[in-house]
Design a protein around this ligand. Structure first.
Ligand code: UD1
Ligand code: MG
Length: 486
């Protein structure tokens, strides 16, 4: 389908009063993206001349999102309604003959649905074609008033409905295709006849219909696609639909998701075949997961890249890190940004990593902090090992060679290097480099004092004696009283 006569117009200038927020409505997020970004992306495959976004509230922030997606912006100030927003966009529409107009707050619409709308508009030679939907609960939406099976006479806003019209459950999605040479004269007739004193784009429909122009309404196959976000509850509903679509797409691609309704996955996340995702997992940002991995319950992965057969045990937090094939982490591991765990590495419970490389098959299984560290192949980091990488001013690196054994409770004061095959004795505070195959030991020497404990106990019990005397003297009066009774 060639659409070089068509421009997309997204109306995104409104504040969104009903959200009760300091953030403009279209900057709110659902399904892992801002509302406006979803809509700009849905327009991309239409291959129109361009996408024009009408901005107003927090215009700069909205522009910062849409301009990298190759949309252009036009400023509407003040915001005098959707009809006014369209008039503001007029000067940016160039030689376009048709416009697909979309609100900035109905982010679930899919490109296929928009293509079908354009086709219906062209085939029907219409002045306007409305994307409508039939909803069980149409409250809050403008209603589509039809004059025949095929033709529309008006859109009536919720606040202006008659009792009879209130029964109509076909709603206006606020997504339309317009033939612009017909729209502009109709819009010129629209008056701000409503309590907000705004120019409603919806009122142009009645003007077109009264002029005898063809106005069609195409009912969306999936009514969820037109859900608008005017309230926090709407945002939650829309988010739920996006998340469900994403999980379904992954399940169709061979991913197992247990209790899927508890799992949150962002749109750009990819997951390989036969990976198992347990309940309450969150996969966020640009996370990429290979095949046959297991992501156990409660784990949150953001911008993580996992190879194949990786296991993330329960309740791990992973950010901006790479885990190669066969890595196992957790439970309760925390990977802050910029780690690289090479094939077969293992990170256990209560281990925190930051900007560290863990070599192939290396292990740090218990209660450690490894920051700015490079750990070689098959090295073993004992429980409680800490890299002291920060002196209050700067960060310093720790490098540990291959097949190194770091004893438990070691403090590695960076910058420091431990050579290949070296041992570090448990409880050491290592401040100097340790040569390859050497032993580093840095702790107080142990002194054993034979008999010391026994002697100590004797001394202490001698101090206790006066108390036991006191106890006996307490019992005496009781005996005396028994004697007295006799
Ligand atoms: C609108 C429709 C309603 C439809 C519903 C579907 C109108 C008058 N009503 O109502 O028939 O059922 O969408 O979700 O159009 N905007 C601007 N400039 C303005 C005013 C609004 O750019 O001056 C933008 C808003 O940012 C928003 C969009 O237009 O993205 C729609 O505005 P909104 O206030 O959400 O309209 P609704 O009351 O939802
Ligand atoms: Mg709305």
């Amino acid at each position: 389908m060639s659409n070089n006569d068509l421009t997309n117009v997204i109306l995104a200038a409104g504040k969104g009063t009903r959200l009760k927020s300091s953030l403009a409505k279209v900057l709110h997020r659902a399904g892992g993206r801002t509302l406006v970004e979803h809509i700009v992306r849905a327009c991309g495959p239409l291959k129109g001349r361009e996408t024009v976004v009408v901005v107003g509230h927090q215009a700069e922030q909205v522009a910062a999102i849409v301009e990298p997606l190759e949309a252009v912006t036009v400023l509407q100030h003040p915001q005098n309604g959707t009809g006014h927003a369209m008039l503001v966009a007029k000067r940016s529409l160039g030689r376009a003959k048709l416009a697909v107009v979309l609100p900035g707050d109905a982010p679930l619409v899919r490109a296929e649905t928009l293509k079908a709308l354009i086709t219906a508009h062209r085939n029907g030679n219409a002045a306007a074609t409305i994307l409508s939907a039939v909803l069980a609960d149409p409250s809050g939406y403008g209603r589509v008033v039809r004059k025949s099976e095929t033709a529309v006479s008006a859109i009536v806003e919720e606040s202006q409905l008659t009792d009879e019209q209130r029964e109509i459950n076909e709603i206006n999605s606020a997504i339309y295709c317009f033939t612009l040479e017909k729209l502009w004269p109709a819009l010129a007739h629209v008056k701000p006849n409503n309590k907000h004193r705004e120019l409603y784009l919806t009122d142009a429909i009645a003007v077109l219909s009264a002029k005898g122009e063809t106005v069609l309404a195409q009912v969306a196959a999936d009514s969820r696609e037109v859900l608008g976000c005017n309230t926090r509850a709407d945002l939650a509903d829309v988010d739920r639909v996006f998340r469900e679509w994403k999980r379904n797409a992954l399940m169709d691609a061979g991913v197992t998701i247990q209790l899927p309704e508890t799992v949150l996955i962002d749109p750009d996340v990819t997951v390989g075949e036969d990976t198992i995702i347990e309940p309450t997992v969150q996969l966020l940002g640009k996370t990429k997961i290979g095949a046959r991995c297991t992501i156990r319950t409660g784990s949150v992965l953001t911008d993580a890249v996992l190879g194949d057969e990786v296991t993330v045990e329960a309740h791990c937090v992973v950010a901006e890190s790479r885990l190669d094939d066969g890595v196992i982490i957790g439970p309760f591991a925390r990977l802050r940004p910029n780690n690289h765990l090479k094939a077969g590495a293992r990170i256990g419970n209560f281990v925190e990593l930051k900007k560290s490389t863990i070599g192939e098959g290396a292990k740090a299984m218990h209660l450690s902090y490894l920051g700015d560290a490079k750990i070689g192949t098959k090295s073993n980091i004992g429980a409680g090992t800490i890299t002291c990488n920060y002196d209050g001013f700067h960060k310093y690196p720790t490098s540990i060679g291959n097949k190194v054994f770091i004893g438990s409770d070691t403090a590695l004061v960076a910058p420091v290097h431990v050579g290949d095959g070296a041992y570090i004795a448990a409880g050491s505070t290592i401040t100097e480099n340790v040569p390859a195959d050497g032993l580093g030991i840095a702790r107080g020497r142990q002194v054993n004092k034979p008999g010391w404990a026994a002697k100590k106990r004797r001394e202490l019990s001698a101090l206790e004696k006066p108390k036991s005397v006191a106890k006996r003297s307490k019992r005496k009066p009781r005996r005396a009283s028994k004697k007295g009774k006799r």
